[in-house]
Design a protein around this ligand. Structure first.
Ligand SMILES: [Ca+2]
Length: 161
């Protein structure tokens, strides 16, 4: 049963990933995130989002990872099929009311809206292990270097060089 489910996920992933995926360029993603109102949202800045997405997916919208518990994680923010979306295999809360496949295409506004729900939940950005490990408490100013964005670097960590 599990093997069949896994095959189904892989099959579905291959079909979708070949259609409309995209690997975002850092500054292009920064602009998208800023436009969607993430700078300062719940106290997190664009540098937090770029750092997290880099370590989660390498900015690749088609990225899927499979967990030992049978759930899978989808897209640029690696949202989990047990909580945030429905992949038709994992029992899910589906808190974002969406199909996990919609997290794999180049259109990331729905991914961003779902990520906003994640940071509104208890634990906020700590939901992403990679953010806790690689981004939290770090100077994230380099993530926006060279980008034509309005967002300044995280004010708590900003140093004049
Ligand atoms: Ca999407």
């Amino acid at each position: 049963m599990l093997a069949r489910g896994t095959m189904l996920v892989i099959w579905a992933t291959l079909i979708v990933a070949s259609v409309d995926a995209k690997i975002y360029e850092r500054c292009e993603l920064a602009k998208k995130l800023e436009k969607a109102g993430l700078d300062g949202y719940r106290g997190y800045h664009i540098g937090d989002w770029l750092c997290m997405a880099h370590y989660e997916s390498g900015f690749d919208t088609s990225f899927v990872d499979h967990n030992p518990d049978g759930s899978s994680e989808y897209g640029i923010f690696q949202l989990n099929s047990a909580w945030w979306c429905d992949n038709g295999v994992t029992p899910t809360q589906n808190l974002c009311h969406m199909d996990c496949r919609d997290l794999l295409n180049r259109h990331i506004l729905d991914d961003i809206l779902c990520a906003k729900r994640v940071v509104n939940a208890p634990g906020s950005m700590k939901a992403w292990d990679s953010w806790t490990r690689h981004c939290s408490g770090h100077d994230l100013s380099d993530w926006l270097k060279g980008c034509d964005t309005y967002a300044k670097t995280n004010p708590r960590n900003f140093h004049l060089s």
